[in-house]
Design a binder for this molecule. Structure first.
Ligand SMILES: [Zn+2]
Ligand SMILES: [Zn+2]
Length: 334
């Protein structure tokens, strides 16, 4: 048995050698514990998966019907080779979990992606005490501070009303898993009908089947051939933005919903009419708050702006360093 850290970085991802499992591995492994169903965390091809009960339907839709997925309700421990593993709400998307790993009194928590602000479509983030906290840092720069989501939803509703009054559709681009449903749950469905791209509607279905209430939606592809779209809110994944699918909404106003819209730092989205900075990740104060709440002695930082976060923590007397949990330097779409 190794004397190394309880969880270590390997070429396949974070690995608990004693428990013999990986967390969000990017290669095929025998046993994968999955924090949530986003593509950069849940990859198909592993022999067995362990994930939260709450997110089973969503994960199943991503991994396919034959994937072997076992689940745990939040908070319920399970022994894996004598290592006690439990999953705790991360507040990121439906079923998202932090992974708590305990062995001989030593506790590590892997956050996965998380946000502190509450979300009508998933369980609220739960701080978990630990010795070592592996935290994401997607928005780990002091410039990232989110406005209260009520303000953002008001802005989205106002824009939708203006589009409706101008006889236009209002087309929102939002990541199909999580963000789209959060937008649906947050807008005022009294303003007009809501249509969704099939990629979004597929996840809406899984959310509803999981007990999450969403307003009624219609499939764009099932609308009558000569339908006019005035007053409609249309929700589509970012990938649809420059596709021929969009030609039917040529008179529409477009918007992107993403934390990146706070600075419009991503050039790709400078052509949309509106940017609504709503994120499913913690902002800078949220990250620091979460780190504080864990009481961790050691903080390992991954995902996004890791260096400024590590520097800040070190300058404030914390033991912190960067770890790599992604195969490539991908940026979270959400
Ligand atoms: Zn995610
Ligand atoms: Zn992520």
């Amino acid at each position: 048995m190794s004397d190394g850290p309880l969880i270590q970085e390997t070429s396949s991802g974070l690995f608990c050698e004693i428990g013999d499992f990986y967390i969000d591995p990017w290669r095929r492994v025998s046993r994968a514990v999955i924090t949530h169903a986003h593509a950069d965390h849940a990859r198909p091809g592993s022999q067995a998966y362990l994930a939260s009960q709450e997110g089973l339907r969503v994960l199943r839709s991503r991994l396919g019907p034959t994937a072997k997925i076992e689940t745990l309700p939040y908070g319920q421990p399970r022994l894996m080779n004598g290592v006690r593993v439990s999953l705790h709400p991360a507040g990121h998307v439906l079923g998202s979990a932090q992974v708590r790993v305990e062995y001989r009194g030593e506790v590590w928590v892997v956050s996965g992606d998380y946000k502190i602000e509450n979300d009508a479509t998933c369980a609220a983030f739960e701080p978990v005490r630990c010795h070592t906290f592996i935290t994401e840092s997607t928005f780990g720069l002091p410039i990232y501070r989110w406005a209260p989501q009520a303000e953002i939803f008001n802005d989205i509703n106002d824009w939708w009303i203006r589009c409706r009054d101008a006889g236009q559709p209002a087309v929102i681009f939002a990541y199909s898993l999580g963000k789209a449903q959060r937008v649906l749950a947050g807008v005022n469905p009294g303003i007009g009908p809501i249509f969704c791209h099939s990629a979004v509607e597929e996840l809406n279905r899984e959310y509803r089947a999981s007990g999450i209430e969403l307003p009624p939606t219609f499939l764009v592809s099932q609308a009558p051939a000569r339908k006019t779209w005035e007053g409609a809110l249309v929700i589509a994944p970012p990938a649809a933005a420059n596709s021929s699918w969009m030609s039917r909404f040529s008179t529409g106003s477009t918007a992107m919903v993403s934390g990146w819209m706070l600075t419009r730092a991503t050039r790709r989205w400078q052509s949309v009419d509106r940017g609504f900075p709503l994120s499913d990740h913690a902002d800078w104060p949220g990250l620091l708050h979460a780190i504080e709440e864990t009481g961790a002695e050691q903080i390992l930082v991954t995902h996004g702006h890791t260096e400024p976060m590590v520097r800040y923590l070190n300058e404030n007397g914390r033991v912190a360093r960067t770890v790599k949990t992604q195969f490539a330097a991908t940026v979270d779409a959400e």
